[in-house]
Write a protein that binds this ligand. Sequence first.
Ligand SMILES: Cc1cc2nc3c(=O)[nH]c(=O)nc-3n(C[C@H](O)[C@H](O)[C@H](O)COP(=O)(O)OP(=O)(O)OC[C@H]3O[C@@H](n4cnc5c(N)ncnc54)[C@H](O)[C@@H]3O)c2cc1C
Length: 288
Amino acid sequence: MANCDVLIIGSGPAAWSCALTARQRDLTVIVAAATSATGWLQKAERIDNYPGLPQVSGKDMLRIFRQQAEDMGATILPQLARQIMPAGDEYMTLVGNDIIQSKAIVLAMGAARPKLLPGEEALIGQGVSWCGTCDGMFYRDREVAVLSAWTGGVEEAEFLSGLASRVDYYFMAKHEQPEHVPYTLCEGTPKELIRLEDGRIRLVTSQGEGVYDGVFIFRPAVSPDSLLPGLETEGAFIRVDRRMATNLPRVYAAGDCTGQPLQIAKAVGEGNVAAISAAQDIQGGNKA
Ligand SMILES: Cc1cc2nc3c(=O)[nH]c(=O)nc-3n(C[C@H](O)[C@H](O)[C@H](O)COP(=O)(O)OP(=O)(O)OC[C@H]3O[C@@H](n4cnc5c(N)ncnc54)[C@H](O)[C@@H]3O)c2cc1C
């Protein structure tokens, strides 16, 4: 069994940012960074909205962040955190087959993975995207489809309508639409995505097919509260206050798992705040 001040669960920008600041505050840090589940950000070919790392790939960004955390003295366990149990004033967490005892926990596990369409995962970054803000610019004056399982797709489709020459909107689950929309509402439930030889994407639906330059897919994330029973959630996301504290003593959350916007800069900022809050509570002797 290993001990630390803060156990950080996750291997994305929120986790690495949290690890850096926690080390600066002289806390001992273990990061449970599952490599098997590691990250969708790895698939981002180019990131243009993170300061200081222009045109960096997701893979390079994660490598740089992780190396910096390691150099600052964070211990990295490349394992999945499987269960967190309260133990008096501390927490015991099963990471792989090890038990880690910690004074605080930071949940930075990103948005949970939903069931994907056949072909979807392989085409992320190659004509298929989950982020209009990130990738919309690549589709200026081109034809795109929006596949959405929730109302979050409406705002994204409106944004894309200002860029693309055509936006077709498909429902992956029933949800409301405004009375007037600048895109076309289409019949048919999305079933499969196939990349064509010319790089365009064929969308197969229950009622036919369409061919697009890009396909944007939007779903609500799923809550990770099964990892830690008693954790309060708000819809699919973990409920936090401005200190990134959850409803449980010395448990904080940061990044995509706390909700929209799902963006790197926001994840990094929240990881920083969570580390400072953990340091204040541990070093100040606060239980909550
Ligand atoms: C293709 C693509 C392109 C994108 N482009 C941009 C962009 O240009 N700009 C931008 O701002 N954002 C972009 N995003 C969004 C951005 O990737 C996320 O907002 C950001 O990565 C969130 O960081 P995070 O640390 O909260 O979570 P994540 O990056 O999702 O990291 C969480 C990690 O924790 C690990 N994990 C989960 N559960 C456990 C567990 N129980 N134990 C151990 N580890 C666990 C997962 O494997 C995952 O790797 C893009 C996303 C994708 C998919």
